[in-house]
Design a protein around this ligand. Structure first.
Ligand SMILES: *Cc1c(COP(=O)(O)O)cnc(C)c1O
Length: 344
């Protein structure tokens, strides 16, 4: 695969390939054994991420799923109920690890607006009865992947965390695309992280690294997370080759996130209004197309015939994610492909 093959590939922002500069940074990284805590590049990345997120400590992970699972296991002693969004990544795309490995029951909360509906959360809160699972943790997603990259409203997050505080329950943020939330809302990521107990941020999504996510939180929480990461098989040795990509991305790719968002908005605005296909107004780098008929597979095929790739996320919804390897020409091809569909 070459970057130019991805110019009009909007299936995901995980598809990006490391550029020459990133490969060079990986190739020249100073290394050590990270299970001994001796990889200077990993340590540097963790320190930098902790500073950016305003949290005392950080830990580098091979994946966001492992970092999320580790957070669940560290926040919760044994069993209990996890309150998460109905459409969240943790609910749908992590193979039920919250139950299979962390031993949690799940309460799905209405998140159709892109954030947890607090009335629904309160109405589903579990009373203190010995034969019912004890509320243990709340997780939120920012940006919200399946709802089109929605940015979590700060006021909503504050109110949610106040409620969690009252109940003495921690809040974890699945911030796989937190930097895109920051770029989309024109805010510092600390505006969100200051309210939550822990947060996971992915380097392998919009930031364009081949591998890696970072979990952030209090020092003792991260010390515990290091043990759980090892338990899950995530202790990596000379992981500095990967962390170097992260450091490079934080320097070089951070300013590019704006462009993803501009391009995403550009396609949305140029597309206009059509009955057969409605585009959801984007807040970051994800564009959702809502079809009138259950024809998502046909639309994906129609686009593929024009050299454009998107993802059917249900029978009547398609997703387009804008990333570093897209080009102007690729974005125009997407727009033309969508418009030609409405003319069929
Ligand atoms: C991709 C993603 C994850 C998991 O990341 P992996 O590195 O693929 O395991 C978690 N949450 C959200 C919202 C994601 O988009």
């Amino acid at each position: 695969m070459k970057p130019e093959d991805l110019a009009a590939d909007f299936r995901s922002d995980t598809l990006t390939l490391p550029d020459v500069g990133m490969r060079a940074a990986m190739g020249s990284a100073e290394l050590g054994d990270d299970v001994f805590g001796e990889d200077p590049t990993v340590n540097q990345l963790q320190k930098k991420m902790a500073t950016l997120a305003g949290k005392p400590a950080a830990l580098f992970f091979p994946s966001g799923s492992m970092a999320n699972l580790t957070a669940l296991m560290c926040h919760v002693g044994s069993g209990g109920a996890l309150f998460t969004g109905q459409n969240s990544h943790i609910n749908h795309y992590e193979l039920g690890s919250y139950a299979r490995i962390a031993g949690l029951s799940l309460v799905a909360v209405d998140d159709s607006a892109g954030f947890l509906d607090r009335k629904d959360l309160q109405s589903k809160w579990i009373p203190d009865i010995y034969y019912m699972p004890k509320p243990a943790l709340i997780t939120v997603e920012n940006t919200h992947n399946m709802l089109g990259g929605k940015v979590y409203p700060i006021q909503e997050l504050k109110a949610l965390c106040d409620f969690a505080n009252e109940k003495k329950i921690p809040v974890h943020m699945d911030g796989a695309r937190l930097f895109h939330a920051g770029a989309g809302a024109g805010r510092d990521i600390r505006d969100w992280t200051e309210h939550v107990d822990s947060v996971m941020v992915a380097l392998s999504k919009g930031l364009g690294c081949p591998v890696g996510s970072v979990l952030l939180g209090e020092t003792d929480f991260i010390e515990h997370a290091r043990v759980v990461r090892k338990l899950l098989g995530g202790g990596m040795r000379q992981a500095g080759v990967l962390a170097a990509a992260g450091l490079y991305a934080l320097e070089q790719h951070m300013p590019c996130l704006e462009l993803d968002i501009q391009r995403c908005r550009g396609v949305f605005e140029a597309f206009g209004n059509h009955e057969s296909l409605r585009l959801v107004p984007p807040q970051s780098n994800i564009l959702i197309g809502q079809l009138q008929d259950p024809s998502a597979a046909e639309l994906v095929l129609h686009l593929a015939e024009r050299g454009v790739k998107g993802l059917a996320i249900s029978t009547d919804r398609v997703r387009f994610v804008f990333h570093l390897n897209n080009t102007e020409i690729g974005c125009n091809a997407l727009l033309e492909g969508l418009l030609s569909w409405t003319r069929l």
